[in-house]
Design a binder for this molecule. Sequence first.
Ligand code: 13P
Length: 259
Amino acid sequence: MAMRKPIIAGNWKMYLNVDQSIDLIEEMLDDLDEIQGVDKVVCPSYVSLAPVAEYLEGSSVKLGAQNAHWEEAGAYTGGVSVLMLEDLCQYVILGHSERRQYFNETDELVNRKVRLAIAHNIKPIVCIGENLEQNEAGRTEEVVSTQLRGSLAGLDPGQVPGLVIAYEPVWAIGTGRAATGEGANAVIAMVRRLVGDMYGAEAADAVRIQYGGSVKSSNIAEVLSQPEIDGALVGGASLKADEFVSIVQQAAEIRGSKE
Ligand code: 13P
């Protein structure tokens, strides 16, 4: 079995201006930098990417964007292209449920973004997850499978190990009601099997799959004690330096890979 390096990413969403973003990274950078065996990523808003990138230079903390456009360039007012991100970011969150819900992003659109990001050497963090109604109707597997097949269509199997997938059940996001470790593990095991069906056992074994939804320092241990879960995509708790550092620290203790 592949030794998958855990990855903890903080999604700052539409919070913090430039000064506040710098303050937050300043508060936690020394601590984060010291923690080994875990990939650490922060994802500020677009306007804070360049200043935070400058601040992170020479550290082990990586930078991610929260979205990208599906075209490289064009008359798309307000759009931000992977060409503008590739020199700044190592990661980009794509297909987040908030993008799907409020900006009408479809699997097809997410797929175009995923392919473009890979082509420009930015690692996509591809988000999938069912909403409460779908969950209660017992449709989790169907919904998540459709999203995964659509979002990851047409890749080269060799590209898949570089991807990160985030399983974020919509009912767990920002609600304080995280999925149980076992529940998330079961869905993530299913997602991994599906990656295997699409791209083969080697790709499935190597791809990292995170859980996201109300992750905090008090439940990260439960999440990461599950064998299929390779990390977390953290929203609210990533805006608090001590919380985020504690999450990353625990990830290193529980699952840290030897480097
Ligand atoms: P919360 O951790 O605030 O529930 O958000 C999860 C999320 O959407 C991360 O992308």
